[in-house]
Ligand binder design. Structure first.
Ligand code: NAP
Length: 257
């Protein structure tokens, strides 16, 4: 069924996407920073799903690490000395919330956010489509957020980049056999908020999505070639409302914290 490379594959949405792809008989390349956790997840998926799983330990805030991951995406399968299979699906999922105000915040955290959620997405997408288009097939799934439509600080700005970039990529890829989809989830129960020290108690239960549902809807949308994937009726309605609201009203809704 082909090979998928998933960044941020050891937790939350990426882990769920990896499991669902493995269950659908895709081989995997898993990318994250924590090497022990990567090996543990890879072992569990191999044992349960019987698929081939490679791991690449990489910090996507580091440019040389991104280059190593990009090199894996350029494999075409044509070199008889290289038994690695070409990647048919790239999932740019790794991300985190800077969770600070910009003005007095740590600039290094802001720059890491741009490196992981903007620069890495751009570099890895470029490497992937460069290999997929000549083969006439493949797909890129970039994970943005419904926050892309808000004025929620630099996180929202990074996700707005991912959303617009992926739409542009989809336009360019038309007729090539390669597709680009941007996933725009709402609040989803993962490690994301805990890692950033963001409180989850302020939101009602009904605001939360389950990672399994988000992953299933996203992968179904990739298979159908949908460009903007917004899982759940709730968040489709929220996105429609945000697009219809005047920007002053969107700004009034506020900031992350
Ligand atoms: N959860 C939500 O409510 C929500 C809503 C909308 C969009 N999103 C987006 O969904 C994506 C996945 O988030 P999640 O909620 O699943 O978060 P999560 O549970 O915190 O998982 C994040 C994953 O990304 C990896 N990662 C983080 N920084 C990395 C880096 N510098 N280099 C390589 N890997 C890195 C982590 O592994 P290591 O720590 O080992 O590197 C982990 O595997 C993100 O792009 C996020 O912005 C989340």
């Amino acid at each position: 069924m082909g090979t998928a490379l998933v960044t941020g594959a050891t937790a939350g949405l990426g882990l769920e996407i990896a499991w669902q792809l493995a269950t659908a008989r895709h081989d995997l390349v898993l990318v994250a920073r924590d090497g022990e956790r990567l090996d543990r997840v890879a072992g569990q998926i191999r044992a349960a799903a019987g698929v081939h799983v490679e791991v690449i330990q990489a910090d996507l805030a580091r440019h040389d690490d991104v280059t190593r991951v990009a090199e894996r995406l350029t494999v075409t399968g044509a070199d008889p000395e290289d038994d690695r299979r070409p990647v048919g699906l790239l999932v740019n999922n790794a991300g985190f919330a800077p969770a600070q105000r910009f003005v007095a915040g740590d600039l290094d955290i802001e720059l890491d956010a741009v490196d992981v959620m903007v620069r890495a997405v751009m570099v890895l997408s470029h490497a992937a489509v460069g290999q997929m288009v000549p083969r006439g097939r493949g797909a890129v799934l970039n994970v943005a957020s419904v926050a892309a439509l808000t004025a929620g600080g630099s996180y929202a700005a990074a996700k707005a980049y991912v959303r617009t970039f992926t739409e542009g990529l989809a336009v360019e890829l038309k007729g090539t056999g390669v597709t680009a989809t941007v996933l725009c989830p709402g609040f989803t129960r993962t490690e994301f908020h805990d890692r950033a020290g963001l409180s989850t108690e302020v939101l009602p239960d009904g605001a939360w999505l389950h990672a399994a549902d988000v992953a299933a809807e996203a992968l179904a949308d990739v298979r159908r070639g949908v460009v903007i994937s917004t899982p759940s009726v709730r968040y489709k309605a929220a996105a429609a409302l945000l697009r219809a609201m005047p920007r002053w009203a969107v700004r009034a809704v506020g900031h992350y914290r």
